[in-house]
Design a protein around this ligand. Structure first.
Ligand code: ATP
Ligand code: MG
Length: 213
């Protein structure tokens, strides 16, 4: 059995976590233990500790390059301790964010340069890349509004950035999409939630009808 690595990407509030939850409800009965859901930064104990540091409001003074390196470090640990063993065991792995998030947020949002951020992440990932990326696209205003309205108790250090930061993040995502249209499949995430789920199901079915058909 061949493993499959599928990542879910998009700006804050696009619906990644909600969509993943719905897709797990849909496919878990069929896939059982073969389905593994993970998230970045996080997914293993060390990476989850790094996640806490990265999102902690007390770390407002964090240098941008430090931030990029910590995300890459958390990713490295996640690759080695979660992704590689799962893929070797033939699992279907859904990850809430992966390397595109770093390119979009630290490369675009923080303006560190998309290529520079790719380079440190090439070191971190050693070529472990998703076969398929479901990119949930929403205008920054819509995503931020959703977070402020519905998740007020969970607004983190990055959510609080200026709107111009979030605009740069989305633009960087759209550049990634243009560069890699066969891997990255865009879904209009401003649609009603059920339609977003249906579209995501269609993309997965097209990707592998034997698993998701
Ligand atoms: N299609 C949709 N229409 C309206 N509201 C939605 C839709 N999808 C998700 N939401 C709502 O938007 C909010 C943010 O969703 P969610 O937490 O899944 O986004 P996310 O992409 O995981 O965000 P983050 O990047 O901050 O983790 C939630 O309250 C969710 O219910
Ligand atoms: Mg989320």
């Amino acid at each position: 059995m061949k493993g499959h690595f599928i990542s879910f990407e998009g700006p804050d509030g696009a619906g990644k976590t909600s969509v993943l939850k719905a897709l797990v409800d849909k496919f878990q009965p069929r896939l059982g233990q073969r389905l593994l859901v993970t998230r970045e930064p996080g997914g293993d104990p060390l990476s989850e500790q790094l996640r806490k540091l990265l999102f902690d409001d007390r770390n407002r003074g964090m240098d941008d390059r430090t931030e990029a390196l910590l995300f890459a470090a958390a990713r490295r640990q996640h690759v080695v301790s979660v992704l590689e063993p799962a893929l070797a065991a033939g699992k279907v792995v859904f990850s809430d964010r992966y390397v595109d998030s770093s390119v979009a947020y630290q490369g675009g949002g923080r303006q560190l340069g998309e290529q520079a951020v790719w380079d440190i992440n090439a070191f971190a990932t050693q070529g472990v890349m998703p076969e398929l990326t479901i990119y949930l696209d929403v205008p920054s205003e819509v995503g931020i509004q959703r977070i402020l309205q519905k998740r007020q108790n969970q607004v983190n250090r990055l959510d609080r950035e200026a709107l111009s930061f979030h605009h740069r993040v989305r633009k960087a995502y759209l550049r990634l999409l243009a560069q890699d249209p066969s891997r990255i499949q865009k879904i209009d995430a401003t649609q009603p939630f059920d339609k977003v789920i249906a579209d995501a199901g269609d993309v997965l079915r097209q990707f592998d009808p034997a698993i998701f058909g």
